[in-house]
Write a protein that binds this ligand. Sequence first.
Ligand SMILES: [Zn+2]
Length: 252
Amino acid sequence: MMSSRGTEFSDDAVVLRNFKSGEADRIAVLWTREHGKVRVLAKGSRKAASKLGGALDPLSIVRVNLVQGKGDLYVTRNVAHLHALSTLRSSYQRISAGYAVVEGVDAIPLDEVADEGIFDLLLRVMLSLDDLTFDPTLVPAAFFLKFLAYDGSEPLLEECAGCGSPGPFFAFDVGIGGVLCGSCRRGAALTPDTHQLLVRVLGGDLAGVLREKNPAGGTELVHLAHAAMENHLGKKLKVARMTPTIQSVNHD
Ligand SMILES: [Zn+2]
């Protein structure tokens, strides 16, 4: 599916993470718009004079020129920031929320599968975190829920996932993937506030939820969304787990 070796092409991307390679190089892991998840070698990017270094910091939204190198590795000589993200970068809480999201995306088991829908979700996350009118606390949870829906595992919220009853609901089970009535209850306890937040996040009122500071049921939503994402991926997410602690001590 990739361009033939030697042909340069450009793509938009969000930087998920990077790591050192050799003496002066760095390898960045990007989620691109048109080529999915790729690993990119940035030669010399750890030298002080390199323009590539800062542009490959995690969470950056970039336009990158790529040439296919050895194996599945690409080489870049040119990276440009598409957004400054200065509000995101100025807040520890916003950066932490961004890291929780990119960790989740990095754990998606689809190397080099082009998926513009995931790129668009990721782009919206970074721009939301850069918007001062949005509280960052629930952004990772909202992303995980949106991703589950996008990936065909949208939580069942309108009827009991066990027996189909119209409610009231008392529990949410990540294995079953939905809310449960009093007779079928298992998994985590669910309050009416958290149920309402789930419905709003997945039903088109995410912006309204993010404009509220500490909406009722938010802490439970964070735990539930992280558990649902981990269950879906079959992996633990470290950063996401830390986020509730961070938010309780650091409000911006
Ligand atoms: Zn039931």
